[in-house]
Design a protein around this ligand. Structure first.
Ligand code: ADP
Length: 439
C-alpha cells in the first residue's frame, strides 16, 4: 500500500477515536456528529494546503515552498528537493555563463556575436577597441552601420564566409585586421577579428629583403657575366685579360662579402642568447679593433684609442668584436685621407660605452633613423667603392641588441660622425688583466 493512502487512512482512523468516545459517552448521534466535524476539518486542511500549493506553483519563489504535515509533508518535501536541485543547476549555469564570457573577454582576438540580421548581440573588449563599438549601448545595432569599411560591408553582404577578409583600421594605430565570420546555431554568427599588423609587416619586410638580396647579388653577377663573355668572345692581350680578371675578382669578392654578412646576420638571429658569465677581454678586443682600423687605413688617417676603466664586457666575444670592428671600419671608409678617427672606451660599474668619432663625410639627419636597416645606404656609390655591403650597421645593431646595448648616432654632414655603443651595468665585470691599451 502506498504511503499516501496509509497516511490518509491513518488520519481518518484518528478521527474515529474521538467519535467513538463521543458515542460511548453521549450516544450514537454525538459520535457521528464528532466524526462528521472531524472529516470537515480534515477536508478544510486538505483544501488549504491545495490552495497553498497552487499559489506557490503560480509564483514559485525560491525558498518559499509551503510546509505542512501528513501527506502534504511528502509532497512539499519533494518540491523542496526539486527546488534545491533547480537552484543548484541555475547557479552552475550562471557560473558557466560568467566563465564563458570571461574567456571571450580574455581572447586575444576581437569577438562579436551577431544575430540572423547581423545585429550585435555581444562583443568583447578587443572587438570594442578594434571596431570602435560599445558592448553595452550598441547591442541590437546592425554591425554594418557601425563598421563602415567598404571591404567589411562587402564581405558581410556577400554572405560567403569560406575565407577571411582583410581590412585596415585607423583607430589609435594603423591596424590590419583579418576578419572571419563563422555561422553557428542556425542563424547566429561569430565574427572574429585578428590583428595581423605585425605578421603583415614581417611579410613585407621578408619580401623587401628577398628583393634587396636579389638586387644586390644580381648587380655584381651581371657585371661578372659581362666580363666573362668579353673574355671568351674577344681575343684580348694578356695585360687586358689580367685587367678584366682583376675586375671580375672584385665583383666576386663583393658577392662573397654580401653572402658572408648575410650569414653573420642570420647566425645572430638564430644563435642562443650571448652568455652572461663569459668575460670578453676588452683590452685585447680594443687593440685588435684598432689594428684592423690601421690596416684598413694604410696610414691615411690619424687613429687614436682612448680607453679608461678596467672593466670587461660579459657576452659573446666574436659578436662584440664584430660590432666594434664594423663601426671602426665605417669610420675609416667614410673619412677622407688626412682625417682623424678616435676610438673612445669608457667603462665603470655603471656600464660601458665604445664611441667612434671621425672627421669624415657625415650624415644628413633624415638618414640617421634608417642607417641600421638592411641595405640602407646614404650614398650607394661611395658605399660600393669602399667595399660596403649595406649590412654593416644592421649587424652592429643586432649584435648590440643581443647584449642589451644601444647604438647612438650623432653626425653633421661635412664635419664627421660619432657612433656610440652603450652597454648596461649588468653586462660589465671588473677586468682581471691590468690596463695599458690607451695611446
Ligand atoms: P655600408 O656597407 O654601406 O657601409 P653600413 O650598414 O655599414 O653599410 O652603413 C650604412 C650607411 O651608413 C652607409 O652606406 C653610409 O652611408 C652610412 N655610414 C655608416 N657609417 C658612417 C660614417 N662613419 N660616416 C658617414 N656615413 C656613414
Amino acid at each position: 500500500m502506498n504511503s499516501v493512502l496509509v497516511k490518509t487512512l491513518t488520519a481518518a482512523a484518528w478521527l474515529a477515536v474521538p467519535a467513538l468516545i463521543g458515542r460511548l459517552s453521549f450516544g450514537a448521534d454525538a459520535g457521528w456528529a464528532i466524526f462528521a466535524t472531524g472529516l470537515l476539518l480534515l477536508l478544510g486542511y486538505q483544501a488549504r494546503n491545495l490552495r497553498r500549493l497552487l499559489d506557490w506553483l503560480g509564483r514559485p519563489e525560491p525558498g518559499e515552498v509551503p510546509e505542512a504535515s501528513g501527506v502534504w509533508d511528502d509532497a512539499f518535501a519533494l518540491l523542496h528537493r526539486r527546488e534545491r536541485y533547480l537552484v543548484h543547476e541555475r547557479q552552475l549555469l550562471a557560473r558557466l555563463v560568467v566563465r564563458y564570457s570571461q574567456a571571450g573577454r580574455a581572447l586575444p582576438d576581437g569577438v562579436v556575436i551577431l544575430d540572423g540580421d547581423d545585429r550585435i548581440v555581444w562583443c568583447n573588449g578587443k572587438a570594442e577597441a578594434r571596431f570602435g563599438i560599445d558592448g553595452r549601448t550598441d547591442v541590437g545595432q546592425p554591425i554594418a552601420n557601425l563598421v563602415r569599411q567598404p571591404e567589411f560591408v562587402k564581405y558581410l553582404a556577400a554572405r560567403d564566409y569560406a575565407g577571411p577578409a582583410q581590412l585596415k583600421t585607423s583607430r589609435g594605430a594603423d591596424l590590419t585586421l583579418s576578419v572571419q565570420i563563422i555561422p553557428f546555431d542556425d542563424d547566429q554568427k561569430l565574427l572574429l577579428a585578428r590583428d595581423i599588423t605585425q605578421a603583415e609587416r614581417l611579410e613585407t619586410m621578408r619580401r623587401d629583403f628577398v628583393a634587396n638580396v636579389s638586387h644586390e647579388l644580381r648587380t655584381p653577377l651581371t657585371v661578372l657575366v659581362g666580363f666573362l663573355e668579353t673574355v671568351r668572345e674577344l681575343k684580348l692581350d694578356p695585360d687586358r685579360a689580367r685587367n678584366y680578371m682583376g675586375m671580375m675578382a672584385d665583383q666576386a669578392s663583393r658577392m662573397q662579402r654580401i653572402i658572408e654578412d648575410l650569414l653573420t646576420l642570420s647566425s645572430l638571429e638564430s644563435a642562443p642568447q650571448p652568455p652572461w658569465d663569459r668575460q670578453v677581454p676588452m683590452q685585447a678586443v680594443l687593440a685588435g679593433v684598432r689594428a684592423d682600423a690601421e690596416a684598413l687605413s694604410g696610414g691615411r688617417h690619424r687613429i687614436s684609442l682612448d680607453a679608461q676603466g678596467d672593466w670587461d664586457l660579459l657576452g659573446a666575444e666574436s659578436e662584440i668584436a664584430s660590432a666594434l670592428r664594423n663601426l671602426v671600419t665605417n669610420a675609416v671608409r667614410y673619412t677622407p685621407a688626412g682625417g682623424d678617427i678616435r676610438l673612445i672606451w669608457r667603462a665603470s660599474e655603471a656600464g660601458a660605452s665604445f664611441a667612434v668619432e671621425d672627421s669624415g663625410v657625415g650624415i644628413a639627419p633624415e638618414h640617421i633613423p634608417r642607417l641600421t636597416e638592411r641595405f640602407y645606404r646614404v650614398d650607394s656609390g661611395r658605399s660600393r667603392d669602399s667595399g660596403g655591403t649595406g649590412l654593416g650597421l644592421a649587424i652592429v645593431k643586432h649584435a648590440l641588441l643581443r647584449h642589451q646595448a644601444n647604438l647612438h648616432i650623432e653626425s653633421e654632414p661635412g664635419k664627421g660622425s660619432r657612433f656610440t655603443a652603450q652597454f648596461p651595468a649588468r653586462r660589465v665585470a671588473a677586468s682581471q688583466q691590468s690596463s695599458g691599451v690607451a695611446a
